[in-house]
Design a protein. Sequence first.
Lengths: 112, 114
Amino acid sequence: GQQVMQIPQYQHVQEGEDFTTYCNSSTTLSNIQWYKQRPGGHPVFLIQLVKSGEVKKQKRLTFQFGEAKKNSSLHITATQTTDVGTYFCAGLTSGGSYIPTFGRGTSLIVHP
Amino acid sequence: SAVISQKPSRDICQRGTSLTIQCQVDSQVTMMFWYRQQPGQSLTLIATANQGSEATYESGFVIDKFPISRPNLTFSTLTVSNMSPEDSSIYLCSVFSLRGNEQFFGPGTRLTVL
C-alpha cells in the first residue's frame, strides 16, 4: 500500500531558528495536505497542495510540492514558541483511495 | 468548516470491558472516519462509517473489536470491545469538508486501559 514517510521525527530548535519537515511518498500523489497538532489537541488543517512544483506561503510557513509530486516540505522561518506541535503531512494517491495517508509527523520543540 | 464533538473526552477503563465513543457533527455528512492515534504516533484509520450501510474497516481492524454505528448523517459511535492495555490510545473522529480538500477532526477521546 501507499506509504508516506516523514522526517525528522523530532526537531529541537532555539526560538528564532528555522525549521523544515520533509515528506516523501512511494507513489505519485494527486495532492498533499499539511496539518498541525498542538500538544493535547487534535490535528488542524493548514493547507493543501495540488500542482507539481507548487509553493504556498502562510506568513512564516512555506509549503512546497515537488515536481514529481512525490515529496513535499514545510519550512518555518524564525520559529516562535507558538509553533510548538506536531506537523503531519497527508498524501492522496492518484487513482487510489480517496482517504489521505498520514505521515508519522514531526514534533517541533522550540526552546525560548 | 465542521464542528465535531466527542464524548467522553477521556476515560480510564478496566481490561475486558467495552467503551462506546460518540461523535456528533454540526452538519450532515456522508462519510465519517474513525482514527486511532497511539502516544507519539501518527493517525491510523480504523474504519469509514457510512450512513445506512456497514462500516468499511482497514486492514488490522475488525468489526467484532471495533463495532461502529451510523444511525444518521450527523452522528456515529465507535465501540472498543474487550479492551486490553494495548487499546490505550486517542480515538478521533473526522469528516471531510464539502469540497473534500481538508479533514476536520474531533477533539479526541483519550482512553487508558488498566
